[in-house]
Ligand binder design. Structure first.
Ligand code: FAQ
Length: 316
C-alpha cells in the first residue's frame, strides 16, 4: 500500500469514528500530538499527587484520611494507565520522564498552586477534579483507542473524587464561621486557576484546529470551560459560596453564566515555570525519581533472573 493509500485509509477511519489502534498506520504528526497530550496528562496526574499528599498526615478524621489516601492512590494509578497508553505509540516511560525533568514536557498549570488549608483539599476535589472530568468525559470519544478506553475508567474514579471534594465543602459551609471563611478563601484562590485548566482561549489555542480534525479533541477549550462554569456556579451558590468574580452574570438569552476576564498573563507565567510552586513540584519529583532508582534496578534484575531460569528449564 502506498503512503497516499495509508493516509486515505486513516482519514476514512477518523471520518467514520473508528478508533486508531497502536499497530495501525498513522501520520507522524498524529503520533507526536498523541504522545504530547497523553504524556502531559500522565505527568499531571502524578505531579497532582503532591498538593494533596501534603495533607494526608493532617486530615481532620480517620475517615477523611482514608478517603484522601485512596484518592491520591487513584491519581497515581491514572498516571500509570496513561504512561502505558503513551508507550503504545512507541515512546518509553523513562524518556517521557526525562522530557518532564528537562522542561520539554508540560503538566497541568493547576498543580503549581499550594494547598494551604484543609478547605483546599475540598476545593481541589470539587473544582480541579470537577474540571478534569468535564475535559475527560469528552476525551472518552477521542480517536486513539487506548487513550479513549483509559478515559472511561479514569472518569469513573474522578467522579468519586469530585464528590468527596464537594462533601468537604458542604461540611465546612455547614460549620462554624471560621470554617465557612476557610471554604470561601479556598474558593477564592482555586476558582480562576481551575478555569485556566482548560487551556488558552480557542482563538489562541495552537493545537485545537488540527486536534479537532483528527478527533483527538472532541470539543474546544472554551466549550468545555463554559460547561464547567455552568455546572459549578450553581453548585457554589447551592451551598452559599460566592464565586470570586464581580462580573459574573447569568445570560437569560443563552442560558449560560458569563464570567469576567481570565488572567491569561498569570496562566502563561505558570506554564512557563514561574508559578508559586513550579520549582518545588519539579524538585520533589526529581528527588522521588532518583530515590526510586534502586527499586527499578532491582525489578529489572529480578526479571532478568526469571528469564534466565525459564531458559534453563527449557534447555534442561
Ligand atoms: N496547563 O493549543 P493548546 C487532573 C499548553 S488531570 C499546562 O490549547 P491542547 C486529574 C499546551 O500543552 C489534568 N499547559 O493545547 C487530577 C500547549 O503547550 P505545548 C490534566 C497547558 O493540548 C486531579 C499550549 O498550552 N488534564 O487534573 C494547559 O490542544 C486532582 C497551547 O494550548 C489533561 O491533561 C494547562 N492547563 O489543549 C490529578 C487532559 N493548557 O504542549 C490529581 C488532556 C494548555 O504545545 C489531582 N489534555 N497548555 O508546549 C487536554 O485535553 C489538552 O492537552 C488541553 C490543552 C485542553 C489541556
Amino acid at each position: 500500500m502506498t503512503e497516499e493509500d495509508k493516509l486515505k485509509r486513516f482519514n476514512i477511519c477518523i471520518e467514520q469514528d473508528e478508533k486508531i489502534e497502536p499497530k495501525d498506520w498513522m501520520p507522524e504528526q498524529y503520533r507526536k500530538t498523541m504522545i504530547r497530550q497523553i504524556s502531559q496528562h500522565a505527568h499531571s496526574e502524578v505531579i497532582g499527587m503532591q498538593p494533596e499528599g501534603n495533607w494526608v498526615l493532617r486530615a481532620p478524621t480517620l475517615r477523611a484520611k482514608k478517603i484522601l489516601l485512596a484518592k491520591i492512590q487513584d491519581e497515581g494509578g491514572h498516571g500509570l494507565y496513561l504512561y502505558s497508553a503513551a508507550e503504545t505509540l512507541g515512546i518509553d516511560r523513562g524518556e517521557m520522564i526525562k522530557q518532564l525533568h528537562e522542561g520539554k514536557a508540560k503538566y497541568s498549570s493547576i498543580f503549581n498552586y499550594p494547598a494551604l488549608t484543609w478547605a483546599d483539599i475540598g476545593a481541589i476535589g470539587w473544582l480541579v477534579d470537577g474540571a478534569a472530568i468535564v475535559n475527560q468525559v469528552s476525551l472518552q470519544r477521542t480517536s486513539y483507542g487506548p487513550y479513549a478506553r483509559g478515559m472511561v475508567r479514569i472518569c469513573k474514579e474522578e467522579s468519586f473524587h469530585q464528590r468527596q471534594g464537594y462533601e468537604i465543602m458542604v461540611t465546612m459551609m455547614n460549620g462554624i464561621s471560621e470554617q465557612k471563611k476557610m471554604a470561601q478563601d479556598a474558593m477564592d484562590r482555586w476558582w480562576w486557576p481551575a478555569l485556566m485548566m482548560f487551556g488558552p482561549p480557542d482563538g489562541e489555542s495552537v493545537h485545537t484546529k488540527q486536534s479537532m480534525q483528527w478527533k483527538i479533541k472532541r470539543e474546544s477549550n472554551d466549550v468545555l470551560r463554559q460547561r464547567f462554569i455552568d455546572k459549578t456556579v450553581d453548585q457554589a451558590h447551592f451551598i452559599g459560596l460566592e464565586v470570586p468574580d464581580k462580573d459574573l452574570k447569568f445570560n437569560e438569552a443563552t442560558g449560560h453564566w458569563e464570567t469576567g476576564t481570565i488572567n491569561w498573563k498569570e496562566f502563561h507565567e505558570v506554564i512557563n515555570g514561574n508559578g508559586p510552586c513550579n520549582h518545588q513540584r519539579m524538585k520533589h519529583h526529581i528527588k522521588a525519581h532518583n530515590d526510586g532508582k534502586w527499586v527499578r534496578d532491582a525489578a529489572l534484575a529480578f526479571a532478568e533472573t526469571e528469564k534466565n531460569d525459564q531458559k534453563q528449564l527449557i534447555t534442561n
